[in-house]
Design a binder for this molecule. Structure first.
Ligand code: T3D
Length: 263
């Protein structure tokens, strides 16, 4: 696959997608959305890709929408940004959250606007300590999109969600970790080593079981306990028939590391 705005490879069980417009802090254009969508289609269908890593090149992770693509002037016409969300941002967030494989995001630098919320749509977020999360939307008269107004109050509570969204103030990676917005803030020079270790661990994991964990935890946002217990039962029933479960139990008994195949 040939790409111009992203880097994409699948090696050792892991798909690695790098947003690659560093001069524009990896902000999204129509072309970049198209290329990310094509890469995601590959990850969705290729069983050899058992985990997806998303990161950015250069000093930023992603500055959201490329504003130079929005030809608006103070006295001019407005634009239908809902169409952009329908076509690009919402499908991307939906696909990341339902992908039956773990999505890891390594936030290497500033994550602003939709860039912040696409990062937060990942299942595990690691960030360099120098990175910042900015709900930049209020600065340009918009509402946090890409799931921002949905995920923020759930992860950090209403008071902090309101503060972040209404002021657009940057949140440091360390504060984001302390608030429960992300998994871990790590020293900048350790980010990719720590991310790669996590990616390797998950790529060698019991893929079906990991997919079920992801699905169950995400479903918990909207389920009552009773149906959720039924969901766990149904998942466990299916996983009990998987070869990775049999391998995991056998390996435990034999005091060796399991060799999961993802089946
Ligand atoms: O439109 C729709 O489809 C609706 C959906 C919207 C989703 C959204 O994401 S809306 C929010 C869009 N994003 C922003 O408003 C963020 C804009 N950027 C910034 O506020 C700042 O750049 C940052 C806080 C992210 C980083 O600041 P700083 O000082 O570290 O870097 P900088 O100097 O501002 O940016 C570096 C370069 O990247 C600069 O270009 P230059 O001057 O070197 O030629 C800057 O213009 C460019 N850049 C940064 N963000 C964007 C961008 N260019 C286009 N679009 C951007 N979003």
């Amino acid at each position: 696959m040939a790409f111009e705005t992203i880097l994409f490879e699948v090696t050792n069980g892991a798909a690695r997608l790098t947003l690659n417009r560093p001069d524009r802090l990896n902000s999204f254009t129509v072309q970049m959305h198209d290329e990310v969508a094509r890469a995601l289609s590959y990850v969705e269908t290729d069983p050899s890709a058992r985990v997806l890593l998303i990161t950015g090149s250069g000093r930023g992770f992603c500055a959201g929408q490329d504003l130079s693509d929005r030809a608006v002037t103070p006295g001019g016409e407005g634009v239908d940004l809902g169409a952009s969300l329908d076509k690009s941002y919402n499908p991307l967030v939906r696909r990341l959250t339902v992908l039956p494989k773990p999505v890891i995001c390594a936030v290497n630098g500033v994550a602003a606007g939709a860039g912040a919320n696409i990062a937060l749509a990942a299942d595990i977020v690691l960030a360099a300590k120098s990175a910042k999360f900015i709900q930049a939307f209020a600065n340009i008269g918009l509402v946090p999109d890409s799931g921002g107004t949905w995920i923020l109050p759930r992860l950090v509570g209403q008071a902090r969600a309101m503060g972040l969204a209404l002021t657009g103030q940057p949140l440091t990676a360390e504060q984001a970790e302390a608030w429960g917005l992300i998994w871990r803030a790590v020293d900048d020079d350790r980010l990719m080593d720590e991310t790669n270790a996590l990616v390797a661990r998950l790529a060698a994991g019991p893929t079906k079981g990991l997919a079920a964990i992801k699905k169950a935890i995400r479903a918990a946002w909207s389920n009552d306990l009773d149906p959720h217990l039924d969901l766990e039962r149904d998942m466990q029933r299916e996983l009990g028939r998987s070869s990775d479960y049999r391998e995991g139990v056998s390996a435990f008994g034999e005091k060796r590391a399991p060799k999961f195949t993802g089946n």
